[in-house]
Design a protein around this ligand. Structure first.
Ligand code: HEM
Length: 509
């Protein structure tokens, strides 16, 4: 599994790098697959409401009402019908890519198992919604779906009677059709909303909407597609005729040919096997977990910045329990913590100039890499640097390959996430003899821990607490954001930064 994931990650990073060049980091669709899916659901909902107004929910009228939309009122109802279909297809594509991406980026194991696990039934729910939608057109394709679905249901030993027999005998009633309409219009959508809510319930500050330009671009593309290739029906359903040529929507209906070729038993077996495998993936093998962040109450002022910055809502603020003058204190929910250390970067108490002669403690930090470790390692790395100018590179362990800096004569301190760096640490490094500091991390818009580089950029820009001291010479700090494939570019930046310092000879802070 590790080999597949690592190879997949290389491909994902390469494709995303290409898209970054075309769209820029902010508009790269791969960084917005979840929110794009939500957006397509909105298009499906709005177009679906319009289509429903013109739709007749009975056997006799369904087909004609859909045909009317496509042929007579093609300029509005027809486009709405096509939008409904194509936005559904677009959603299944983004869901699939989202799933593959979360797997390749190793976002599906450990604490993150929950989002993965709940994503699997969500995917099936979307597929069932699509299938029930095709059923409602009541054309030859719907007839094929109805009969094959009945075959699938009949295969289950616990279901009494034969559904297929009803179809073959032409015994499909309006009540049955209304049941399908109810499932498509209300039952399944409500279940989907509930599943989606569960899916994202352990993630904080979710972008439910993609960037505006991406949203408009996708909508325009779908409208153009609807005009160029409008969604059409097959001939009307005739239960006494077998459909001959069918144009399947492979995004939603791929299981049906399986039933035809292999039979219902095999189709059930494959679908259940794939589902069980997907559900079990977070534990095949499980991710080695690091100890979670801990609150050090005596150093927590209850400012709440860590709770605002935590990407997984693992920190909440509660009333003070230790009788100190502050109103609140941070409280940790271990099962949500990914051990990224972003909370240490948020904490004012992680300031390395504090407690100069004692062990430094932040209000919240990981027991295996706390504020004291950040300070101590920086000091050790700088003391060991013999070459001039003295440059220290802070590296995020999930981004670049820092071995490319070997032999360059700079110090490298690797941290779990760039968001773990309190800005005061950079000033501290400069005060302790560094001539320059390089802060690196994942590509912009694609932090392994969701918000680490976003917060770091905002902190260094002074738009988010805690920010750099006013006295810090910003010219001595450079940033680089990239994935492994951009390691050489980072090396070039570090090299030219050092050369620049040599030439300009910036004085020590
Ligand atoms: C059905 C439609 C789906 C929608 C609308 C959706 C939406 C989202 C959104 C908005 C996020 C938060 C992303 C962020 O802000 O960082 C997310 C996270 C996630 N999704 Fe989905 N998702 C869907 C299906 C799936 C499926 C089928 C899977 C996999 C089986 C999946 C796996 C995950 C995982 C693992 C995360 C957590 C990522 C992290 O912890 O950084 N999702 N999803």
């Amino acid at each position: 599994m590790n080999i597949i994931r690592n190879s997949g990650n290389k491909i994902v990073l390469a494709v995303e790098q290409l898209f970054n060049k075309i769209f820029g980091n902010q508009l790269n669709p791969f960084y917005h697959l979840g929110s794009l899916t939500f957006y397509f659901f909105w298009i499906v909902l709005v177009s679906g409401i319009y289509v429903f107004i013109a739709f007749e929910t009975n056997l006799a009228g369904a087909y004609n009402s859909v045909e009317y939309m496509t042929n007579e009122q093609w300029w509005l109802a027809g486009i709405m019908r096509s939008l409904h279909r194509y936005a559904s297809d677009a959603a299944i594509i983004t869901i699939f890519l989202h799933m593959v991406r979360e797997f390749c980026r190793d976002h599906y194991r450990g604490v993150r198992w929950f989002s993965w696990f709940t994503g699997v039934p969500t995917l099936w729910m979307v597929v069932m919604l699509g299938i029930s939608g095709y059923w409602l057109v009541w054309d030859m394709l719907a007839q094929y779906i109805a009969i094959t679905t009945a075959e699938l249901i009949d295969w289950i030993p616990m279901v009494p009677g034969s559904m297929v027999f009803n179809f073959l005998e032409g015994n499909v009633s309006d009540r049955f059709f209304t049941l399908m309409a109810f499932l498509h219009l209300l039952g399944l959508p409500v279940a989907l909303v509930f599943l989606l809510w569960t899916h994202v319930s352990r993630i904080s500050q979710i972008d439910f909407y993609p960037p505006r330009l991406l949203a408009w671009g996708s909508l325009i593309a779908l409208i153009l597609l609807s005009l160029i290739k409008p969604a059409v029906s097959h001939g009307p359903a005739q239960l006494d005729h077998s459909p001959t040529v069918l144009h399947l929507d492979w995004f939603y209906l791929n299981i049906y040919p399986l039933v035809d070729i292999l039979g219902a038993g095999w189709a059930w077996g494959i679908a259940s096997g794939v589902t069980l495998f997907l559900l079990a993936m977070p534990w095949l093998p499980p991710r080695g977990e690091k100890p979670r962040a801990e609150v050090n109450l005596e150093h927590c002022s209850g400012c709440g910045q860590c709770a605002q910055d935590c990407p997984y809502g693992a920190i909440t603020m509660q009333r003070r329990t230790d009788g100190r003058k502050f109103e609140f204190e941070s409280s940790m929910e271990d099962s949500l913590c990914t051990s990224c250390g972003i909370c240490t970067g948020s904490c004012a108490s992680a300031n390395p100039f504090r407690m100069a002669k004692e062990v430094l403690k932040a209000g919240i930090e990981m027991p295996w890499y706390g504020a004291e470790d950040l300070r101590r390692i920086t000091q050790e790395k700088l003391s060991a640097l013999t070459t001039q100018p003295r440059v220290i590179v802070y590296g995020c362990e999930n981004s670049l390959d820092f071995s490319v800096l070997d032999g360059l004569g700079c110090a490298v301190q690797v941290v779990p996430c760039s968001g773990m760096l309190p800005p005061s640490l950079l000033d501290f490094a400069l005060k302790r003899g560094a001539d320059g500091v390089v802060v690196t991390g994942c590509r912009e818009g694609d932090c392994f821990h969701r918000f680490g580089n976003r917060w770091t950029i905002a902190r260094l820009d002074g738009t988010r607490e805690p920010h750099l001291f006013a006295r810090t010479d910003q010219r001595k700090i450079v940033r680089f954001w990239g994935g492994r494939s951009e390691s050489q570019e980072m090396q070039a930046l570090v090299r030219s930064f050092r050369d620049g310092i040599k030439k300009e000879g910036l004085p020590h802070a």
